[in-house]
Design a protein around this ligand. Sequence first.
Ligand code: HEM
Ligand SMILES: *[C@@H]1O[C@H](CO)[C@@H](O)[C@H](O)[C@H]1NC(C)=O
Ligand SMILES: *[C@@H]1O[C@H](CO)[C@@H](O)[C@H](O)[C@H]1NC(C)=O
Length: 511
Amino acid sequence: MKVSYIAIVIGLAVQSALAVPKFQPRRTSILINPDAQPDLPSPQNARLAGVTPANAGLNLNDIQGDILIGMKKKKELFFFFSIDDAATFKSKLSSDIKSLITNTNQLLSVSTQPITAVNIAFSQAGLTALGVSDNLGDNGFKNGQFADAANLGDAGTTNWVSGFAGTKIHGVFLLASDTVDNVDNELANLQNILGSSISEIHRVAGAARPGNQEGHEHFGFMDGISQPAVQGFTQNVLNGQATVAPGELLVGETGDSLQSSRPSWTTGGSFLVFRQLQQMVPEFNKYVANHALSVPGLTAQENEDLFGARLIGRWKSGAPIDLAPLRDDVDLANDNTRNNNFTFNHPEVPGFVFASNQTDCPFSAHIRKTRPRADLGSENTGHHIMRAGIPYGPEVTDAEASAQQSSTDPTLERGLAFVAYQSNIANGFEFMQEAWVNNANFIFGKSTPPGVDPIIGRVAGSAAETPRDISGTDPLTPTKKFSLDVEFVVSRGGEYFFSPPISALSGVLSA
Ligand code: HEM
Ligand SMILES: *[C@@H]1O[C@H](CO)[C@@H](O)[C@H](O)[C@H]1NC(C)=O
Ligand SMILES: *[C@@H]1O[C@H](CO)[C@@H](O)[C@H](O)[C@H]1NC(C)=O
């Protein structure tokens, strides 16, 4: 009697332990997968790509998961913190936090994804707070983004979120899942572990937009279509996709020009540029409606949509205007064997003059300013980034839409939580923003100077609200200038971080 009672109790205990497994396998992915965006590599493909002898050696178990995956999260919270008690923080970092950090392999299939993916990155001030004095070899990172605001063309820093002003942010947690509840639970867990060793400076809650807008940024355009293929990671390179050496994105890997001088513990890490870019969506829509083109054969709505598409270089669906110059083409948008298969040049068109013809795509279009393709002769420009941002903030309210004006209610702020990874900020984000986007003469050698990027370009040193001139947007009169008297995107600041290899969390970073 007694014995079997004990057996039953033990049996129940075993059963209940089994009923609440420590690791609950996922059924739905953390990631979105719109047709227009490149698919994630399968674990099998990532393995195959990794065995190519020339590129062997990417340790996908050590590289944090966000870096090579791109803009595909359903929900993502950026939690910016300062380190107030370095000794406690370091001990928790290696004993508890490290095991929660999600690597690249884990994200590749739903069954290995955690409930909430966690990544961590540190600013230079954060490394200093941890007593790490190694020079990572990146000046932008070293000085921080606040010191870089003027170079980036920001209209001063009065629009900056106060937390980003200065160097008080030491690190950021990136928490990604399919629900806000999961994200919040994981944040509570991290805060519980770290206690008063950290304090919150700022947070940005991102989410894929609802319904059929999933994958689209707040102006309505599909995002995340053109991302570099990474040697040693991407097996199936799409037509028109740039292929980069792993070291263009990852510190210390093949192709990182500073490979030999990087501290050895940084191998497989990446510099993370964060920018909180507010989007003035009703103002953008109003501007586009007021500047509808008058291309014969198009309806008024089509002429309005065409103007918007020519600012970006893609239709809202994601179809590239270089291949669909007059009307949107959803089939083209959703076919990723075709939606990057263009160069802006058209040798197949008799008499096409590359230096002057912007009938299909303006020289100033956002995707042309940020990736000039054949304009630079060859693709390998050395200025690629992996974009991994996500929209933040609510949808436009009816009141804002009818007023054609963004609310000043801070809870209605919306935009892009912009994230870019690269091994060298000066060659990646800074170069793109300063030498291309903000340079009114770039793309060089064209018949008409294009002006700044209409979406994110600002002439450095110009006062806020200074009209920004662009050209090429009207295909009937490409030399016609548009004076953009509205800043559609307002920089709210950001910071430069280093996303270390996971092994460093129990090594140098917690020593
Ligand atoms: C709120 C601000 C921004 C918006 C609304 C925006 C929107 C877009 C959209 C709709 C695309 C087309 C989708 C694609 O080709 O993947 C795109 C592509 C791109 N954007 Fe942005 N973007 C913003 C900020 C930035 C910034 C700050 C940079 C870097 C300085 C940047 C760099 C790029 C690059 C490199 C591409 C891909 C170009 C290509 O490879 O063809 N974007 N962006
Ligand atoms: C890609 O573009 C090239 C050159 O224009 C063309 O020959 C080829 O058919 C295109 N591929 C696809 C899948 O559309
Ligand atoms: C520019 O190129 C388009 C096709 O890409 C062509 O139809 C047009 O005639 C060209 N314009 C000029 C002025 O040559």
